[in-house]
Design a protein. Structure first.
Length: 169
């Protein structure tokens, strides 16, 4: 059985993962409108992945005797002034998600809920990957600068990113 505090914290994470999906979806739509097919493809796939993270949490809460709280969808508030700004927001958001997961791990250990601690280890590993991916993409955008040809090649590389695997950005 989940404690009331842990259930509340896990439900907060359900919302965070749902919000993450919406952030990626907003970015995908924006990139698609701008004509960046690769960035849009990458972002749509990431949005789907974040939704799966949310569903995994929902199922876990329910399986442990809790009640998963399905959050309302919120419209992301993003600054679309540049790709660099957009990806910086994405990186900052992934750092925020990592901190939230770490907080959950702390609560699970404090409560000696080792089943939840074990369950959360997947999220810990996933966030290491998510932050690294966002950092790598941001680094590449910084290298490209204002080079339109570089941005074209970067967009083209991202088109195949999810098929190749996250470590190949």
């Amino acid at each position: 059985m989940l404690s009331a505090d842990l259930q509340k914290a896990l439900n907060k994470q359900v919302k965070i993962e749902g919000d993450s999906s919406q952030i990626y979806l907003e970015m995908a739509s924006w990139a698609e409108i701008q004509g960046f097919e690769g960035i849009a493809t990458f972002m749509y796939a990431q949005s789907d992945e974040e939704r799966q993270h949310m569903l995994k949490l929902v199922r876990y809460v329910n399986q442990r005797g809790g009640v998963a709280d399905i959050p309302a969808i919120s419209k992301p508030d993003l600054d679309h002034t540049s790709f660099k700004t957009l990806f910086k927001q994405l990186f900052d958001h992934e750092v925020y998600v990592s901190q939230s997961i770490n907080d959950l791990v702390h609560i699970s250990l404090t409560e000696r809920d080792y089943a939840t601690h074990n369950f959360l280890q997947w999220y810990v590993s996933e966030q290491i990957e998510e932050e690294a991916t966002a950092r790598t993409i941001l680094d590449k955008i910084n290298l490209i600068g204002d080079d339109k040809g570089g941005l074209y090649l970067f967009d083209n590389d991202l088109k195949n990113f999810n098929q190749q695997g996250k470590t190949n950005v």
